[in-house]
Ligand binder design. Sequence first.
Ligand SMILES: C[S@@+](CC[C@H](N)C(=O)[O-])C[C@H]1O[C@@H](n2cnc3c(N)ncnc32)[C@H](O)[C@@H]1O
Length: 255
Amino acid sequence: MKFKTTPYHHDLLKDHDRLAVFYQAIQEYDSGTDLAYDLGCGSGVLSYFLSSKFKEIKSLEIDRKTFNCARENLADFDNVEVINSDVLDYNFTKKADLIVCEMLDTALVDEEEIPVLNHAKKFLKEDGIIIPQGVINTVELANIERDYVHWDEGVKYEILSDEVVYSELNFLQDINPEFKISLNLQAKKEGILNGLKITTYTKLTDDIIAGPLPMLNPPLLIPLEEKKIKVNEFINVEIKYIMGNGIESIETKYL
Ligand SMILES: C[S@@+](CC[C@H](N)C(=O)[O-])C[C@H]1O[C@@H](n2cnc3c(N)ncnc32)[C@H](O)[C@@H]1O
């Protein structure tokens, strides 16, 4: 199928591994399942995957131009309704079997996945499912080249510790968007510590976990005050951010 898209959604469509994990997760449904919501439907590609499995799909998209593309792309599918609305303003009336919400980004800081799901999951049946199911976040001590928060899109850095899981989120639970944690991370190398690398793994289902992909959660590099560190030294750091409030909300400090 050919999709009409914006340049951003075209890049999302070109990331075939990203599409493959969502496709695989959706394939686990039987044809004829009742209702699915596709929140932040973009070009409509995930609604297209859902269309052979669900009797009814409601696909919400906040951006007018993107909504127009999705409406055109899905015009031949009688079971898909594309709606131009902010999920947070949408008046849900019916409980769904499945919510698909791909508003993902590393640590869920920059996009609205958590505020949107906290609102929408009241409209999920008791045995309903969310795709993705949740995320696993890890952190590493690093020496980075830039003094501002940025994504790992081919930039250079050196890792100075093992990778440590610092949070696991299950989207079926209510999640406080205000996140704060203190960690004691052990250096495995000596060097100049001036940053943290955060990596997010996406749990699509119990069996499908996606690591960072070009258009799905490239790792985040976050500056820290510069400090010389020795092998095996423990570094006590605090990480704080508000999920959905942007990378500007990230704060780090030594404790
Ligand atoms: C990462 S894109 C994913 C698009 C599509 N689901 C896909 O997988 O290709 C997220 C989409 O969510 C939309 N979005 C973000 N916040 C939203 C909100 N509060 N309500 C509805 N749509 C939203 C964006 O405009 C964007 O099109």
